[in-house]
Design a protein around this ligand. Structure first.
Ligand code: AHG
Ligand code: MN
Ligand code: MN
Ligand code: MN
Length: 333
């Protein structure tokens, strides 16, 4: 039973009272979309939506049926309320204009509807990542309105669809985790004020790309692998889930570092992950939990976006480890 415990709605209404009360209403709609998606992905093969579409998205990725459906779910749940000036998604070439019949607001909702979607057919955790920015006035968003550095985010969060569904959120007052109580449909505050543990020794990186990494990342990872036989004070463990939400969630719960660095496999791409849909919201959540998030050469939240689908190197997690990686980058530059 959770009578008397804090629900997401109560938390959001209390935290956004005043200047951002309309954002509170928007966050409650985002949570409704997350519950719809949780129900859909939780059905697995029984949903009838396994597998891929014939289409590719603007990222050049073959879209899963669930990429498209989850994108629709967020648009439909959030377009009507009058809080938004526009939306942008990993799965849409251009920003989504709010339909004429609905009122406009000043917020911008930016999202990755299904993160880790390559895992959706193999029953491994997937998620949804979102970020909220604002423009100075209500009205239809221009594409340029979305190109604000992540430091200007007014809220960020993700949902993880694992053995339990959780929503992890920051409105700039720490990072807080809510667990979906499926019977009542309520998100209950189970993880208030999450802090990234400092002492854990765990790294996450796709080592199949090792030969393409830059020297500072090669050095850092080889030192982690050498552990106490090398220069490090402890032996390290490694994980790679290929769902960023699941890696970030693990780091928020028990520490560690996650890296998707720049590599020279495709010189046109300065990294795999997208600045607006993935890197910025996760960077805000990690910083609000006392961790650090860097490109290797500077704070992710300070990067000024030049394009909607821009990619960026990502290194985030326990502060000391991220600082060490930044030091190695500066030594080689
Ligand atoms: P998405 O499914 O939204 O396209 O994102 C997948 C991302 C991220 O979740 C994960 O960290 C990374 O891609 C995995 O990439 P590799 O397949 O190269 O390991
Ligand atoms: Mn994708
Ligand atoms: Mn993603
Ligand atoms: Mn995705």
């Amino acid at each position: 039973m959770h009578i008397g415990r804090t629900t997401l709605s109560k938390f959001v209404i209390e935290q956004t009272r005043g200047a951002h009360s309309e954002m509170g209403a928007l966050l409650i709609d985002v949570a409704a979309a997350v519950k719809t998606i949780s129900g859909l992905v939780g059905k697995g093969a029984l949903s009838g939506f396994s597998g891929s579409m014939a289409s590719t998205n603007v990222q050049g990725e073959v879209q899963k049926k669930l990429d498209v459906l989850t994108n629709e779910a967020i648009l439909r749940h959030c377009e009507w309320g009058g809080q938004l000036a526009g939306m942008a998604s990993e799965e849409m070439d251009a920003p989504y204009a709010i339909p004429a019949e609905y009122p406009r607001g000043r917020y911008l909702l930016i999202f990755d509807p299904l993160d880790g979607s390559s895992n959706s057919d193999v029953n491994v955790s997937v998620g949804t990542i979102f970020s909220i920015l604002q423009r100075s006035t209500a009205g239809d968003a221009e594409p340029a309105d979305f190109l604000q550095p992540g430091a200007r985010q007014v809220a960020a969060g993700y949902a993880i669809y694992g053995p339990s569904t959780m929503l992890v959120l920051s409105v700039g007052t720490g990072t807080h985790g809510f667990t979906l109580h499926r019977e009542s449909g309520n998100f209950i505050l189970t993880h208030p004020d999450i802090r990234v543990p400092e002492t854990t020794r765990e790294f996450a990186i796709n080592t199949s790309n090792e030969r393409f990494w830059e020297p500072p990342v090669q050095r850092y990872v080889s030192e982690c692998k050498a552990g106490k036989t090398g220069i490090r004070e402890a032996d390290f463990n490694m994980r790679w889930i290929a769902s960023m939400v699941a890696e970030v969630h693990r780091i928020l719960m028990r520490g560690g570092i996650f890296m998707y660095p720049k590599d020279n496999k495709d010189p046109a791409k300065p990294g795999r992950l997208r600045l607006l849909y993935e890197a910025n919201p996760m960077a805000m959540l990690i910083e609000q939990a006392g961790g650090a998030a860097s490109t290797g050469r500077g704070r992710i939240l300070d990067v000024v976006p030049e394009a909607l689908h821009q990619r960026v190197p990502v290194m985030l997690g326990s502060r000391e480890e991220v600082k060490r990686l930044e030091r190695y980058h500066h030594e080689y530059d």
